[in-house]
Structures are given as structure tokens and as C-alpha cells.
Design a protein around this ligand. Structure first.
Ligand SMILES: [Fe+2]
Ligand SMILES: [Fe+2]
Length: 167
């Protein structure tokens, strides 16, 4: 196996961005959970777990290429408390990742590493799904405003009452 330095570098950049996404989305998950916005809180948690699985796929490829996995996050977590600002941040992160992975796929192709190129292409499909979902949530918040947030609280109350019945 030829050590593919370029691919390893691209894959590690992606690991750093994915780790940042894991931390940022978990942070949003904790805050939204604390505010009682269950639906959105759960969505951020689920997305964070998916980003963690992306780290795993990238790390497996790095090790296959005989590289070292650099477990650093690209940026510090932004301490955002406003729901709309959280969704704006998340959508911007997904948009940036989609642009980066398109670029990385091309660079991997230029370096004649089709498997790494395909990995980035597979990840793009999932990031586009994330972006789309954050966009839908932003639309819902814009269209329904306080009602959207009230619905989240109703879900929280429903779960709380189910929990009471079970005990
Ligand atoms: Fe990801
Ligand atoms: Fe994502």
C-alpha cells in the first residue's frame, strides 16, 4: 500500500470538521433539552451521532492508508443560546461541509484515489440531508414562530406525563 499523503491530509481535515460538528450539535442538544424543546433537541442529538459515525468512516480510511488520525476539532464551540441562531449556525456548517467535501472529492480524484473520492461523495449526500432538515426547521420557525416553539414544549409535556403514568 502506497502511503497517500494528500488523501490522509484531506481525511484529517474532515475529521476535525466532523468533531467540531459533534461538539456544536451536542451543545445545542443540551441547551434545547434544558429549555424543554424536545423535538429539536432530539434532532440535534441524532445529527451529532451521525456526524460521529462520519468520523469513524473517515478514521477507518485514514488507518487503511497507513496514516494517523488527528483527533482535533477545527473550531471552538460557539455558545449560541437563541434557537434561530442555532439553526442558522447549523445550516451554515452543513453548507460549508458540502462545499469542502465537493472540493476534497475532486482533490482525491486528482490524486488518483477513487475510494477516498467516493467516501466524500457518500458523505455529501448525508450532509445535504442535514442541511435540508435544518432549512425546514428554519422555515417552520419563521412561519409559525412562537407556535413552533410551543409545539416543542407540548411534546415535552406529553413525555413528562407519560413518564408520570409509568411510575
Ligand atoms: Fe458529517
Ligand atoms: Fe452534517
Amino acid at each position: 500500500m502506497v502511503k497517500r499523503e494528500k488523501s490522509i491530509e484531506l481525511l484529517n481535515q474532515a475529521v476535525n470538521d466532523e468533531l467540531m460538528a459533534v461538539h456544536q450539535y451536542m451543545y445545542f442538544h443540551f441547551l434545547l433539552d434544558d429549555m424543554g424543546y424536545d423535538l429539536l433537541s432530539t434532532y440535534f442529538k441524532r445529527t451529532a451521532i451521525e456526524e460521529m459515525m462520519h468520523v469513524e468512516l473517515l478514521a477507518e480510511r485514514i488507518l487503511f492508508l497507513k496514516g494517523e488520525v488527528e483527533m482535533m476539532q477545527s473550531h471552538a464551540v460557539e455558545k449560541i443560546h437563541d434557537v434561530k441562531a442555532m439553526l442558522d449556525k447549523a445550516e451554515a456548517m452543513e453548507t460549508q461541509t458540502i462545499m469542502d467535501y465537493n472540493q476534497f472529492a475532486q482533490e482525491a480524484s486528482t490524486a488518483l484515489d477513487s475510494a477516498t473520492k467516493k467516501l466524500f461523495e457518500d458523505l455529501i449526500l448525508q450532509e445535504e440531508r442535514h442541511q435540508d432538515q435544518f432549512d425546514i426547521e428554519k422555515d417552520n420557525l419563521a412561519n409559525y414562530g412562537d407556535n413552533y416553539l410551543a409545539l416543542q414544549s407540548i411534546e415535552h409535556a406529553k413525555k413528562a406525563s407519560v413518564g408520570t403514568q409509568m411510575t
